[in-house]
Design a protein around this ligand. Structure first.
Ligand SMILES: C/C(=C\COP(=O)(O)O)CCC[C@H](C)CCC[C@H](C)CCCC(C)C
Ligand SMILES: Nc1ccn([C@@H]2O[C@H](COP(=O)(O)OP(=O)(O)O)[C@@H](O)[C@H]2O)c(=O)n1
Length: 190
């Protein structure tokens, strides 16, 4: 009897896993286009309470989740690091930056040293933690001396990209994971 995809290394497992963000992608699009009215979703996920906001940051967020699940799955540190930087690093930058970000960056007064430093540190730590977990499950074997250096480089690049005043042009839920993917793929080679 074929093993249930969720518990196997079969190609189907990654597509099965990507159903969760895919369902949320559908919810975001339907509510973002006002084809439905999930007030709880709009209130919990948007800043100004506008349904159209769902079609920007939140939608990009789940699209990146789907991309990483399907393209990188459990075989590559690139997907793990990219999501750690987007979900963990960028997320903590918002929390710390809003609360403690009085010292603004010289080239972007909307961002702060506290936010960026917290993004670098937490993005690095979460990435290493997730890589340790995936390695302990046997999904990949890493040279940890090189890995620490590579993840620090990826975290630095992602932090610099996130700090740039380009959010109006390119949402950081796209620029942070994509810059992380490029640097991680270049560093790890897969
Ligand atoms: C609020 C969200 C993005 C907005 O980001 P930003 O513009 O403030 O930078 C996240 C939206 C979440 C979405 C509605 C539901 C996500 C479901 C997903 C499968 C949960 C897994 C997340 C986990 C941390 C990988
Ligand atoms: N590097 C950073 C990132 C965010 N922040 C703070 O967090 C707020 C939200 O950041 P953001 O516009 O990047 O929001 P997200 O879309 O990343 O959640 C900013 O307006 C800043 O107050 C910061 O101070 N430093």
């Amino acid at each position: 009897m074929a093993a249930w995809p969720i518990f196997s290394n079969s190609m189907e497992a990654r597509y099965f896993a990507s159903l969760v963000p895919l369902v949320n992608c559908f919810r975001l699009v339907v509510n973002g286009l006002s084809l439905a009215a999930d007030k709880g979703l709009v209130k919990s996920v948007t800043r100004e309470g506008s349904p159209q906001e769902l079609l920007r940051g939140p939608l990009y967020y789940v699209l990146i989740l789907i991309l990483c699940a399907i393209v990188y799955w459990r075989e590559s540190p690139t997907g793990v690091i990219s999501l750690a930087m987007m979900c963990g690093g960028d997320g903590i930058a918002d929390i710390i930056g809003r609360r403690f970000g009085s010292q603004k960056l010289p080239y972007n007064h909307k961002k702060s040293w506290a936010g960026s430093i917290s993004m670098f540190v937490c993005g690095f730590l979460i990435s290493i933690g997730m890589l340790c977990y995936f390695s302990s499950l046997g999904y990949f074997q890493l040279d940890w001396t090189m890995t620490l250096q590579r993840v620090a480089l990826v975290s630095l690049v992602a932090t610099v990209v996130e700090s740039l005043p380009i959010t109006e042009v390119l949402d950081d839920n796209i620029s942070v994971p994509l810059s992380s993917m490029l640097m991680a793929f270049w560093s790890f080679g897969y």
